[in-house]
Structure formats: structure tokens, C-alpha cells
Write a protein that binds this ligand. Sequence first.
Ligand code: T1G
Length: 707
Amino acid sequence: MSQDPDTAVRYDVHGDVAVLTIDFPPVNALGAAMKEGMVRRMRQAAEDDAVHAIVVIGDNDRFVAGADIREFGKPPRGPTLLEVQDLLEFSEKPVVCAIDGHALGGGLELALAAPFRVAASRAKLGLPEVNLGLLPGGGGTQRLTRIAGPEVALDLILSGKHIGAAKAKELGLVDEVTDADLLTAAIDFARRKADAGGPWPRAIERTDKVATADSALFEKTRSANAKKWAGTIAPFRIVDCVEAACTRSPQDGLEFEKAAFKECLEAPSRAAQVHLFFAERQAAKVEGLDPAAKPRDIAKVGVIGAGTMGGGIAMSVVNAGIACVLLEVTQDALDAGLEKVRGNYDISIKRGSRSQAQVDAALGLLTSTLDYDDLADCDLVIEAVFENMGVKKEIFGTLDRVTKPDAILASNTSALDIDEIAAATGRPENVIGMHFFSPANVMKLCENVRGTKSSDTTIATVMAFAKRIGKVPVLAGNCEGFIGNRILKIYGQEADLILEQGAAPWDVDRALKGFGFPMGLYLMRDMSGLDVGYRMRQGRIEAGTLDTSSPEYSPLADRIVEAGRHGQKTGAGYYKYEGRDASPDPAVLDMLRDVAAAKQVPQRRFTDEEIVEQILAAMANEGAKILEEGIAQRASDIDVTYVYGYGFPKHEGGPMFWAQRKGLDKLLEIVRANHAKFGDRWKPAALLEARVADGKDWDGKPIAGAG
Ligand code: T1G
């Protein structure tokens, strides 16, 4: 949105203090107009003889949320951040940045270039660029390190976390914290500094915190994180920049950071992670909802089932400050569930991710019961029991009787038919799926599944509630597996069929890990246990819903379980184990060759790239079918689902982003070639063929330039 620089930054004078107010919706990002406005107003204040000090403050109760991410990849416009910072850093009159709301990324870097900072006690500060595949490119790696030291700088910049005003003051990032009116406090502070006289401090010239830096710190940080950072650039370059702040002159350090920032800006991971930034926000928006369907207020939540999922969901609820009643059917099960919850909190306290006070507050909101009548005043009830439709229907029938008429009833089912569950109640318009991911108190994704009769209010309410409890909500249509597990099935099926063509489980795991998945598929299966899947398949074979003669069915997993190999817990699965150490097992290869021979599958060798391309192409083709069926609202929702729920590497943007960046025409080529080779499971999605024919992207827009 182009805005007039003079409205983007207003100019007022309070006595002898100029106040520059940034008003650049939606979050006061450093857009071209805002930077131009800052340049104009700083010059105006410098030339105004009646002005002896300058305060910079943000309108809308926030300071500056960083660079305007919408401008990345486009030709730069207007003044640079550096030009604005120089006006603050070399001002003859004292400049005070008054921080409320957020000072993030370039916003905090702008403030660090000023000699002084006053923050409202509720303010949050941070350098979250790493979440975008970037690093602070406005001097943040240099100034923050010179103010707070390399250990603090590495912690803040590598994590991208936000810190509160009090912590920021403790670290020396702000000079004063106030609960009073921020503008008044900042003006008083500025006036006091003007009366005291200069010269004004410049963070970039400080040496006290860097002169004694432990040079081994940087190599230690790199090697400790090498595996986690594989495939990315920014974290490594952040360490290099913080090291440069300790080993180079201020100017050299700024130049070093500028080059490192450019490298990250141009890397493929930046486009992928910026895509996810906007995709995550888009996913929370539901197209076509009745605007009058406002989210209901959720003051009390019931959770049915105190197992791993139920306990994790209850924790997410009380962590967000919402009362929660956890229901189980036996006291033993309830006690065990509560014990697990307390254990999780103990770990958080030990790790320092939660304080004792925060845990006490959360547990103070958690009650437990064996009695359904205790759910009578809940606004939302989330069922999280095991995946048995009969049990779920019985529970929903009971909930329908005991809860208030407008209570929303949600199931945490990962694949079962929401309409069938809704039909067990007299209020299908209030029934919906809320599919959490284990561990539910940690994993960000909440896959909300709309039933045919789910009302717009029900949908709007659970989408808003998921955000409120810190989740990333995605809305899915009601089909088997919804978005995530439907693609997961294709992912596992294609990998299994690649094994039959000649790859070993450890080849596939190596390829997936090299692409950026946190863990290989077969190692993960061994960890979760192979017998659960076996029993489900046997049930479907007996029920006649799984055709073992189908080319999509691979008997290897069943042969492995029938050989008593249930995974890590039995010392053997796809791998053999010494404790938790997994190693390739020739016995599995023998089983695999027997399976391949019986199915007469032609054998071939695979490179890691070919394994990844085959599996991801199958996922993207299934994603196209999910899109054309309206199960997902937009391609980026599929990316959000897979990144936040299934560990798809953020620096690759998600399966649909991966395909689009490869080229939908290239994807169609791969799918068509496999269709000719393997038959129907590789039938190209009609939407994919249409998009390629029209030269459009997944969402039907003309293909934009890469990046
Ligand atoms: N640029 C452009 N648009 C942004 C934006 C930004 N920095 N931040 C948010 N938006 C949009 C967002 O897409 C949404 O749009 C609306 O604002 C509300 O956002 C040089 C290079 C500030 C904590 O990473 O963390 O500085 O969907 O829903 O929940 O070193 O936005 O309404 O159309 O998130 O109140 C570094 C990113 C940039 C901060 C507010 N800064 N933003 O949260 O609102 S890189 C960031 C946030 C940088 C320098 C480098 C959050 C927020 P729409 P929202 P919110």
C-alpha cells in the first residue's frame, strides 16, 4: 500500500521536544513511505531551533515490526534503513525511541541506532529474522552484540524470540521501562538528556562487551547445531556476524553483516520462509464465511481423555489462560494423565521455558473429573480418545445431552468421518474436527475439519480459538485423512513402493533427512511401533477395505511385523537396534527382495535426489487433488499443514511451494511418466493439468518470477 510519507510519520512539538509518530498500518513496518517520512521528519527536527530533543514513537500502541516483508524480492524503493539510522545515530540532539507493542527486526535495529530507548512494560523486543531465512541486516548483529555480549546476541538472534521490556532493560537494550504514559515518560527522559548535554552514546562504538569474547564460543555454536541447521544458511551466517562484532571494527562489522544479509536474502530458503510467514496468516482466514458469524467467546473448555493427546490439549488450553476440565473414565487413567501433565511442566521449568509462577497459574485453571455433568458449563468440548468410531459416537451422544445447547463439540480424530460423528448428536451445526498433533502442547498445527453441517459460527470460533491457544489453524474439508494424513498416506505408500523397486529403508531415510526432514520415515515408524499399523491393516483386510492384490499395497511392513519385528521396542523393525542405536539389517533386505520378486517389480538404483523427487511429486499431485476437491482452501494451506504438523523443512516452504518452485510443468512431466510406469496411483490431478495448460500457479494466478 503506498502512503504519503508525511502521514506515515507525523511531526508534533511538545515544548522543546519534537515527537515523530510512525503511523504505517498494519504493523508500522519499515516500508518506503515510512522510511522517507522518517528522513523528512528527522531533518525537520534537526533544523527546528526550538527543538532540543527528539522522541520517535509508534502509533497504534506498537513501535516498528521490522522491514516490510512484502517488499522482499522487489527492487528497493525509498531511503535505506541505514540512511534513517544514521540520522538517529549522528543526531546533534538526543533521540529517544519510545517502544510499545513490538520492536522487531529492523524496528529494533532502528531503535538500537538511537542513543536512547524507553519502553512500556508490556513491550516486546526481538530480532526474528532467522524465521524468514534471514539475519538482522540493519546492524542488529553488531549493535546488540556490542550492548549485550555475544552469548546473549547468539541466543536472541538464533532463536528469534521476543523478550519483554524488563529483560531488555536487564540486558542493556533499553534505558528505562515505564508503566506510566509512554510518550510522557519518553519526553521527560529526552528533556533530561538534553539538559545534561552530550555526547550521546553510540552502541556501535562500544567495546566493553566484545573485547573479552571467548573465541571458542562461535565454533562450539556451529558444531553443536550443524545437524539442526543442515540445508539452511542464515543461522551459520548469524554466528559469523556475531563473531565479526567481536573481532572486527564497527565499520568492518557492519560491512560484513551487509554481505551476509545479502547472501541470505538471495538464498532459496528466504523465499520459502517468507512464503510460510504469509501462508500461516492466510490459513487462519476462511473464505466465504458469513461476516455476521462472529467467533463465540470460549471461557471454559472440556477435554475428554487424559492420554498423551488429551493431556497435551489441556495444557495448551490452560497455558493460554483458559479454564479446562479434563475428563477420564477411571480414576487411575485420570491420575496417570495428570501425572504426565505435571511431568511435562517440570521439564519446562527445568528447561527455563516456563517459570514456576506460570505453571502454577496454568495448573490453577485445570480441574479434572470422572463425571460428564461437570462439563455442563463448557463452551467447547474437545474429545481426544482413541480412534474408534463407536466410542466416539457414544461420547458425542452423551455430550449432546449434558452440555449447554450452544456448546461446540470437537473431535481430535486424525482421519474419521466428522459427519458420522456429528450425526450422533442433535446439533451437527456445532460439531467440528480439531485435529491436534502430538505432543499437542508443543506442535503448532491445529487442523480444523468442517463437517457438512458445521455452521459458520462454529468454524469461525474454532479457527479463532486455535490461534488464541498459540496454534496455527488450517481449515480442512471432511475426507479420509483430511489434508495432512491423506498426504502422509501417499508419502509412506510411495516410499514403500520405492523400496520394492530397489532402494533400502536406510537409503530412503538418508534421502529424506538430507532434504531436511527431522527424521527418516522408517526410523520414525520403528520408533512409534509397527504393530499398531499392522493391526489396523489386518482389520481392514478382514473387513475387505484393503485389497492386498492392489499395486498400492506393499506387504513388506506386514512381513516385518509377522517376523516379530515391531520396531525399536523389540530391538528390530526396519532396522536392528542396540538399545536406541539403529543400524541397517540385511535380514530386511532379504524380505524386501522376496516381496519384490513375488510382485515381479523391476529393480533399479536410486540417487537420493530421485527418491526425494519421487516422494514429493506424489505428495504434490495428491495436494492438487485435495485442492480441486475443495478439501484445502488454498495450496499454501497444504504447505502450512505439512510444515507445522509433519516436519516438512521450513526452508523448502512445503510440498506445494516445492512443486511450484520446481515448475508445475516439470511436476506434470514426472507425474505423467510415473503414471505410464505405475498406473492409476500416479494419475495426474486434473487441477495440475489445467494449471500447466493455462500457465498459472496453484491458485490460478499467472506464474510470477521466482523468489
Ligand atoms: N511486513 C509486512 N507485513 C507484515 C509484517 C511485516 N514485517 N508483519 C506483519 N505483517 C502483516 C501480516 O502479514 C498481517 O497481514 C498483518 O500485518 C498483521 O500481522 C532489516 C530484514 C508484528 C508480532 O519478522 O511477527 O526486519 O494478514 O497477523 O498477530 O533486519 O506480525 O492482515 O494482511 O501477524 O498482531 C522482521 C513479523 C522482518 C515481524 C504482529 N520482523 N511480524 O502480530 O498480527 S525482516 C518480523 C510479526 C527485517 C531487518 C530485517 C507479527 C507481529 P494481513 P499478524 P499480530
